[in-house]
Structure formats: structure tokens, C-alpha cells
Design a protein around this ligand. Structure first.
Ligand code: SF4
Length: 786
């Protein structure tokens, strides 16, 4: 039964126009109920349909097949060439075009149009590169508004550009199939690179064994048949050298049949090993158990290859002793292969789709990682979120594949990488590093759900950008976390959220630019499966109690606060989407996952922050102490200086009263020229203590700023100034520094002494030698201390 009170609110809100504050408060109460209960069906205020509303980032991605993304990629036929994104191929050609003339500029412009035409046509599907180029040239040229003869020239120029810089290859669209194709390329390259000397050594062994067998064959009757002789002497010409070489071997057979059979077998196995390494071919299994069984069979083959290598080494040295070596090689197994050679054994390569990851499979992968098994497993992840079904699992939001990757990351045994199919460079890097790792490697590649390529791409980018499926790589062989863990392929990886920008064109064709953060909450509210947890309302209906989501989760808001995210319709009109408490909890959990990854990467690391705070506190205390010590020392010196000054004044007054000449009073600091003795005693003498009242004293003060002086009572006798120039500086009777003669040395010495003085009490005044070098700079430096 609808609540009549709520009905009233519906009427009020439906009436459109500006809402007064009380009506807004009614809406707020209804939305609060929804926020807490998550029951959308109970909400009875006018709400905006969620369809057609998108977050800022998703809006930006809607025209993705027109943006310079990595897809389609170019897969060259020649395996030695790199797989590159289309835009790189175009940029490479562009950089080859030199010249500032109009023709070159026009060609560069058309190159970009070709890129756009290829992307639009082949973002979703694959095609021959040359065909794709040809079709793009045709469509771009026919769409150009130039005269016919110019079009023909343009077509020729663009076609010849491909002839010059293009190659045989394939345009491959955005589809999960690309993963295995890229992986196999990298695998072949890595295998060849890793094999290096090992492959050459195996080839040498094979050549030596072949030579022994050839030599032995030439001694046999079979080698003397007319057919054999003819084949080795060549067809037409009789070659004496060859014939002489052959005859030299003719004689009794020297090898036993058993040895020949052994050598033949060794030759066969070494040939297979060389072919396996050179081809770089890999066998991929799409079931874990099948893959492991296949690996067992492959392992047996490799054991036979390595057995052949060891036999070959003995045979070449002619030191194979059947009685000793036969029993050893009969039981030859993995343990007999040196560890540094075991790395050449092909690993088990398994490609699993997310739906294959049942509990048994997850446990088995964890066990293989723990056991350092030679497995390389790629998991194709369609959905990064898999809300649990039972009530206690409700908050288990990450998919089992993502949870597996996080668990393996924590266990720190296997190479682990979470990558995104939309990022070609990240994918290539992740595969390369994992294949270089001598041990288990597990990659989770987020591919998005089965939809059309554009929607799939938007989904993958949003989840990565929104920190729901961030990319990372962890290589346990690299030592500390600072070296082995990499998060930097995420945009703004040091920030909590990413920043997005897009533009809208409203109904009046006016364009507006919008920027904002893209958070996990924006991502969640973009997912249709969570529509029942989201309610959109016009921003104008909100009161101050509504706060943006990021503020809501990061600050202490009042209990009345209701969080919202902002979405836009196609014209750029803003709407607030209030999401339920349940979805906020989900988002917070995902935020924690992201922050945990940031901590591993050393960003906002709680241990570091805690330590920094302790160190800062220590530093502050030490500074306070130093300040207090200096103040105390200054006060003590000042007291002592004032004491002696008072004594002098009293002495002078007394002398004046007694009719004696008063001695000049020296002020404690600055060491300005002594005041001239008063001509009259008594009252006149007393005026000496009030220098500011006389014209003469004012003049003296002015002079004191021009002359160098030292706050002598504060001198710590560190020796810095005296040591620098003992003609200018000297110690007084208390072993405290004074200016002995400022003119006795360069101004530079006084300025540098002032800079070095630990208690900063030297005041350099003005230079006395106008011809001294660099005076301008020295005066500036001196001013700091005057
Ligand atoms: S450098 Fe400063 S503290 Fe050291 S002796 Fe000279 S005036 Fe005194």
C-alpha cells in the first residue's frame, strides 16, 4: 500500500518548476529511505530514467572507435617484426615524411584520415593489412572534395606510401583472440632469445654426431653403390677432391651396430630439439588438467632430448663406455639435467576462461604456484565482479579470478600480473616479463563481456580507469616490493581516482567542457546489473544534505548526508544518482583493494607515513630544544653585557659627580663607534644612555649600518671568522670575536665569514674597497646580515 504522505510528495515533486525548500526536504527523506533500504520499488518520487545517463568517463568513451586507441593492431607476417598499434604504424610513416611544403602537409593529413578509415572499419574485425590500406585509401580519396586529376595523384601517392613503408601483415581487431596471438609471438621471441648459446651448442653437437655417422657411412658398402657415389660426386662433373676424401674413409667398419643405432637416435633427438627451439611453437591447453597431462608428455620428450645431448658429448670425445653409461642413461630423468639447463624445457602453457575456474581448479593453480611448477597460465576474465550468492557472501564482490590473483600476489611465489586487453603495451610487457621468470607465471587478462567490440572496449577501459580492475605486475624474483611490484601502467596511479574530461553539445548546439573524477562508485552506477541500487534525480532537487560520493566516504559528514554521483544525458545536463548503502559498501571494498595495491607500490604506505610522523615529531622537538638553548645563551650574554654597561654608566655618573672625566660607554651591540665623551659631567653624561634622542646618535646609528660589526657578546668562539682572515677579525679579552680592521682585507672575507658564522652575528656593513671584484653580488649577500 502506498503511503499517502509519500503520495503527497510525489505530487509536489511532479509539479515541476522550482521546488521550495520544504519540498526538497521531502524528497530528501524519501531518498534517504532508499539509500538505507536499497528498495527502489518503494520509492515514490519522480525519478529520472537511468538509461541514457552516463558518467563523465563513459561519455568520453562512447565514440571510442574514432579515438586513437591501440586497436586495430598490426600483426606483421615476419615474426621478427614487432606487433604494433595502428596509430604507431601511421606515426612511423608520418615521421618519414620530411619537408614543410604543402604537398607533404596534405599527405600527412590524408594519412590520419586513412588511419581513421581503417579504425572505423577494422576496430572489430581482422583483415589483410594491404587490403585494408587499399580500401581505406579508396574511401578517403573518393570522399575528398578535390578535382578528379588531383584525386588520381593522391591515390597514387598514398598507395606508393604503403609500398615504401608497409609490409605483409594483418590488421587485428579488438577481440580476446588477440591475446593468444600476441602471447605466442612473445613466447617464440623469448624462447629464441633465451636459447641463444644453448641452441648453438646443440647444433654443434648435432653437426659432430652427423659427421661421425657420415664418416662411418662412407666406409659402408651402401656408400659404394653407384647411386650413392653419383649423388655425392655431383651429376655431371667428376670431382677428384671429393672422390679422394671418400676413398680415404673406405676401409673396415669401425663402429659397432649398437653404437651406430645409439648415434642415430641421438641425432634424431637433437634434430627435434633444435626444431622445437627454432620454431618457438607452443602447445596451448584450454583445460588445466589436460594442460598438465600434456606437459608431462612434453617433459618426457625434453628428458629424451637432454639425454641425447649428454650422450652426444660423451660420443664426440669417444668416451662413452657402454658398461658404465648404459645403466645411467637407462634411468636418466629430470634430476640428471642441470638446473641451469632445465630452463630450456618448454613450460606448460594453459589458457583458461573465467568460467573454468571452479574451486578445484583455483586450488590446483594455487598449489602449482606454491610448488614453483613450470606453468604459464593465462586467465581470460570477462567479469571483474561476481557478487556472492549466499547472504554471508554478499560482500564478496571481486571475481574468483581476481581474488586468485590477489592471493597469489600475497603469497609472493609466482609471477602475477593483472592486465587489460585494451592496453597493448601493458599486455606485451606483462607477457614478456612473466615468460622471463623462471617459474610459474599467472596472468589475468580482463577482456570484458561478450558484446560488440565497442561496448566491450568501453567496459574494459571503464573498469581499469575506475580502479575496479587495475593493472599490476609482481615479479617475485626482483627482491623487495619496491622493485618487484609495478602499478604505474594505471592512469594517475599515485592518485586515488582518475580525472576525466569530455565535452557536450546541448540542444542549442552550444558546446560545454566538463571535467571530474571517475571513481569506483561511478563505475558501479554505470553497470546495468546495479540499476536497482541507483536512483537518478535532477540536481536542482537536492538540498545541502546531499554530498558528492568522494566527500561522503572520505570525510565525516553529518548523519543526514546522502551521497550521490553525477551523470549526464546526451546534452550534458547533470543528474544526481543516489546509490544505496549496499552499493556504497561494495564500492568501499573495491576502494580498499585499490588502496592496498597502492600501499604495495609505496604510495600512501601506512608504515612509511607512521614512521614519517614519528620522525617529524622528533625533528620538531629537537628544533624546539635548539631554539630554547639559543634563546638561553643569548639571554645570558645579553644579561652579562647589560650588567657591565650598567656598571660603566654608574661609574661614569659617579665620576661626573666627583668631577672626574667620564670614560666612554661601549654599547653591548652593535659595536658602533664609541659615543664621544660629554663635555659636561652629570646630566650630560646620563644622556649618553639615551642615544636615540640626539642628532649625533642618529648619525652614529646610520654609520653603524655601513660599518662592519659583530654582536660580540653572542660569539661562540668557533674560530670560523678569525681563521678566515685574522687581519680583519680578532678575539677580545673574553675570546669573543670583534672586527679588528674591516679595511685590512677584502669585503668578500667579511661576507663569507658572516655566512659561515654559526650564530649569524657578523654584520658586514658596506664594502670599503670600491674596486673589489663582484661587489654587486657581495653587497646583496651582505644585506641579509646587515
Ligand atoms: S664566526 Fe661567529 S661565532 Fe665564530 S668566532 Fe666568528 S663571530 Fe664568533
Amino acid at each position: 500500500m502506498p503511503d499517502p504522505a509519500v503520495d503527497r510528495q510525489v505530487d509536489q515533486v511532479s509539479s515541476n518548476g522550482a521546488l521550495d525548500q520544504s519540498k526538497k526536504i521531502d524528497v530528501q527523506q524519501v531518498l534517504r529511505q532508499f539509500f538505507l533500504s536499497g528498495r527502489k520499488k518503494d520509492v515514490q518520487v519522480e525519478i529520472q530514467s537511468l538509461s541514457g545517463l552516463n558518467s563523465i568517463y563513459k561519455t568520453r568513451l562512447l565514440g571510442v572507435n574514432k579515438m586513437r586507441t591501440d586497436f586495430p593492431i598490426i600483426m606483421p607476417e615476419k615474426k621478427s617484426l614487432h606487433v604494433v598499434p595502428l596509430h604507431q604504424f601511421i606515426d612511423d610513416i608520418n615521421s618519414e615524411l620530411s619537408g614543410d611544403d604543402e604537398e607533404t602537409a596534405e599527405l600527412k593529413h590524408y594519412l590520419l584520415l586513412i588511419e581513421g578509415a581503417i579504425r572505423e572499419k577494422y576496430f572489430k574485425k581482422s583483415a589483410d593489412l594491404k587490403d585494408g590500406w587499399k580500401k581505406a585509401v579508396k574511401s578517403v580519396v573518393s570522399a575528398s572534395r578535390t578535382e578528379k586529376s588531383k584525386k588520381e595523384n593522391l591515390q597514387k601517392s598514398l598507395t606508393s606510401l604503403f609500398k615504401k613503408y608497409g609490409f605483409s601483415g594483418e590488421l587485428v581487431g579488438f577481440h580476446p583472440e588477440v591475446i593468444q596471438r600476441i602471447f605466442s609471438r612473445i613466447y617464440a621471441k623469448q624462447t629464441a632469445k633465451r636459447a641463444g648459446d644453448f641452441l648453438q651448442n646443440t647444433k654443434d653437437l648435432l653437426q659432430n654426431i652427423t659427421d661421425i655417422l657420415t664418416s662411418e657411412f662412407e666406409k659402408s658398402d651402401a656408400a659404394k653403390t653407384p647411386g650413392q657415389l653419383r649423388s655425392r660426386l655431383a651429376d655431371d662433373e667428376f670431382k677428384l677432391d671429393t672422390f679422394s676424401g671418400m676413398m680415404a674413409h673406405i676401409g673396415d667398419l669401425s663402429l659397432s651396430e649398437k653404437r651406430i643405432a645409439r648415434l642415430e637416435l641421438v641425432k634424431e633427438k637433437l634434430t627435434q630439439l633444435v626444431t622445437t627451439i627454432e620454431s618457438g611453437e607452443m602447445a596451448v591447453s584450454i583445460e588445466l588438467q589436460t594442460g598438465l597431462k600434456h606437459y608431462e608428455a612434453e617433459l618426457r620428450k625434453f628428458i629424451a632430448y637432454f639425454r641425447a645431448r649428454q650422450i652426444a658429448q660423451l660420443e664426440i670425445k669417444n668416451s662413452y663406455k657402454p658398461e658404465k653409461h648404459d645403466p645411467f642413461f637407462e634411468k636418466f630423468d629430470l634430476v640428471n639435467i642441470p638446473v641451469h639447463e632445465q630452463v630450456f624445457i618448454s613450460p606448460a602453457i594453459i589458457y583458461l576462461k573465467q568460467d573454468k575456474l571452479d574451486a578445484e581448479c583455483l586450488a590446483e593453480i594455487a598449489r602449482l604456484a606454491e610448488a614453483d611448477a613450470p606453468v604459464k597460465i593465462i586467465i581470460e576474465i570477462e567479469k571483474p565482479l561476481e557478487p556472492g550468492k549466499s547472504s554471508y557472501e554478499l560482500m564478496q564482490i571481486s571475481s574468483s579470478a581476481n581474488r586468485l590473483l590477489r592471493t597469489l600476489l600475497g603469497e609472493n611465489r609466482a609471477f602475477v600480473s593483472q592486465i587489460s586487453i585494451s592496453d597493448l603495451k601493458g599486455m606485451k610487457n606483462g607477457f614478456k616479463k612473466g615468460l622471463q621468470h623462471n617459474g610459474p607465471a599467472i596472468w589475468g587478462v580482463f577482456v570484458g563481456e561478450k558484446k560488440n567490440s565497442v561496448d566491450r572496449y568501453v567496459e574494459v577501459m571503464s573498469a581499469t580507469h575506475g580502479r575496479v580492475s587495475p593493472v599490476f605486475t609482481a615479479d617475485p624474483a626482483k627482491g623487495s616490493w619496491a622493485h618487484k611490484f609495478c602499478l604505474k601502467h594505471n592512469e594517475n596511479f599515485e592518485q586515488k581516482w582518475t580525472q576525466s574530461a569530455t565535452s557536450f553539445r546541448n540542444e542549442n548546439e552550444e558546446v560545454s567542457e566538463v571535467t571530474g573524477l571517475y571513481t569506483v562508485f561511478d563505475y558501479l552506477s554505470d553497470q546495468p546489473e546495479f540499476d536497482s541500487h541507483c536512483i537518478a534525480v535532477e540536481l536542482s532537487k537536492l538540498t545541502d544534505s546531499f554530498v558528492p560520493m568522494d566527500t561522503f566516504i572520505s570525510e565525516k559528514c553529518s548523519a543526514d548526508s546522502i551521497p550521490y554521483v553525477v551523470k549526464y544525458d546526451k546534452y550534458g545536463h547533470e543528474f544526481a544518482v543516489v546509490i544505496s548503502q549496499f552499493l556504497i559498501n561494495v564500492g568501499q571494498k573495491l576502494t580498499q583493494n585499490w588502496q592496498a595495491l597502492q600501499e604495495l607500490a609505496g604510495i600512501n604506505n601506512s608504515h612509511v607515513l607512521a614512521q614519517m610522523s614519528i620522525e617529524q615529531e622528533k625533528l620538531e622537538k629537537a628544533l624546539q630544544q635548539k631554539e630554547a638553548d639559543l634563546e638561553q645563551a643569548y639571554q645570558a650574554k645579553l644579561d652579562s653585557a647589560l650588567g657591565s654597561l650598567a656598571d660603566e654608566i654608574v661609574g661614569n655618573i659617579a665620576a661626573g659627580l666627583l668631577g672626574q672625566a667620564a670614560s666612554p660607554v661601549s654599547t653591548p651591540a652593535p659595536a658602533a663607534p664609541a659615543t664621544a665623551p660629554s663635555e659636561t659631567p652629570s646630566a650630560e653624561s646620563a644622556k649618553i644612555a639615551e642615544p636615540e634622542t640626539t642628532e649625533e646618535a642618529e648619525e652614529d646609528d646610520a654609520m653603524s649600518f655601513d660599518e662592519a660589526y659583530i654582536d660580540t657578546p653572542l660569539c661562540t668562539s668557533c674560530n670560523e671568522c678569525v681563521q678566515r682572515n685574522s687581519m680583519i677579525f680578532a678575539y677580545d679579552g673574553n675570546k669573543q670575536a670583534i672586527i679588528k680592521d674591516a679595511a685590512a682585507g677584502p669585503f668578500r672575507d667579511i661576507v663569507e665569514a658572516a655566512e659561515k658564522c654559526p650564530v649569524k652575528i657578523i654584520h658586514p656593513g658596506k664594502p670599503l674597497h670600491p674596486d673589489e671584484d663582484g661587489l654587486e653580488d657581495l653587497i646583496k649577500r651582505a644585506d641579509v646580515f646587515n
